[in-house]
Design a protein around this ligand. Structure first.
Ligand code: AMP
Ligand code: FE
Ligand code: FE
Ligand code: ZN
Length: 292
């Protein structure tokens, strides 16, 4: 059984519609795929219908923007009720922060004599509900200011570059609690991808486990072999579920093809068991796993 628990669609910064994403997941030989767009459930319905059509098991989730000790941390939330009031309010605040950041990024680029407008960003990304730096990057590519998304981040958009603008993200322990109240389970996405162990030290992971964290995404393209070994050991010691996934973004990220990392079937079963327990305790109307 091949299981990929982290992918993006056009609802956030992937380049495939939810239907194209789910269809591609089936075509690449996956048995289970999770759709986890940044800060939104907007792709869920289309993905669900497509999963029935192509015959693949679908887990509905999202990758929520959080903050912990001054660093951004991406939290994968699987099977939460997206209409739970606390979750809805947090997502609205995060998406609002994304929207208000765009004009500030464009102003910074204008100051560098790049005449990019909000229309350019929209034109490069029709259909997006959650706007982020990748969409500004795509507009810069379309305008031939840079060649690729990566170039746009390197030159303008990443932390420390001239058009970087911070935005709101929910405190991580708060979000773990919100996801639990919404009947879902939390897994930290690519915990040591950018900053390594300093970004989220083991003692902090232990605190988060006590706060209800269910798992760590161990197998991810941005973790080298030594990092994966250490994170797997931490997961074992703390009794956390270790997952693996592609973090596929369609053509938006190279070297993140569907199924390039996968989750062990036993780990997946454990995660679903924790989700079922969270759902029962919450009393929420959570989404089920789609099994055609
Ligand atoms: P944002 O959520 O708007 O802050 O943008 C962060 C997103 O940009 C991440 O989720 C990645 O998908 C993408 N990203 C971050 N760094 C890069 C990079 N160097 N090249 C391409 N995409 C990136
Ligand atoms: Fe992304
Ligand atoms: Fe991420
Ligand atoms: Zn992701």
């Amino acid at each position: 059984m091949r299981i990929d628990l982290h992918t993006h669609s056009l609802a956030s910064d992937g380049t495939q519609s939810p239907r194209e994403l789910v269809t591609a997941a089936r075509a690449s030989g996956l048995d289970v795929v999770a759709i986890t767009d940044h800060d939104t459930a907007a792709g869920w319905d289309e993905a669900r219908l497509a999963a029935y059509d192509v015959g693949i098991e679908l887990v509905r989730g999202m990758e929520v923007s959080t903050r912990y000790r001054g660093h951004g941390v991406h939290l994968l939330a699987y099977l939460p009720d997206p209409t739970q009031p606390d979750l809805m309010e947090a997502l609205e605040r995060i998406v609002g922060g994304r929207d208000t950041r765009v004009p500030a990024m464009l102003e910074a680029l204008n100051r560098l004599d790049i005449s990019i407008t909000a229309d350019d960003v929209r034109a490069a990304n029709p259909g997006t509900t959650v706007v982020g730096r990748p969409h500004v990057a795509d507009a810069l590519v379309a305008m031939k200011v840079v060649e690729t998304r990566d170039d746009a981040f390197e030159r303008y958009l990443k932390v420390g570059r001239p058009a970087y603008v911070d935005r709101y993200a929910t405190p991580l322990p708060d979000m773990i609690g919100i996801v639990a109240r919404a009947g879902g389970v939390s897994v930290v996405a690519h915990p040591w991808a950018r900053l390594g162990p300093d970004g989220l030290p083991e003692r902090d992971i232990a605190r988060l486990a006590e706060a209800g964290l269910a798992g760590l995404e161990v197998d991810h393209q941005q973790h080298d072999a030594a990092t994966r070994d250490r994170l797997r050991g931490i997961a074992r010691d703390l009794d956390l579920v270790a997952t693996g996934s592609s973090d596929h973004h369609g053509a938006g990220k190279t070297d993140h093809e569907l199924g390039c990392n996968t989750t062990d079937p036993d780990a997946y079963a454990r995660l679903l068991g924790l989700a079922a327990a969270a759902a029962a305790a919450s009393g929420c109307d959570v989404p089920d796993v789609v099994r055609p």
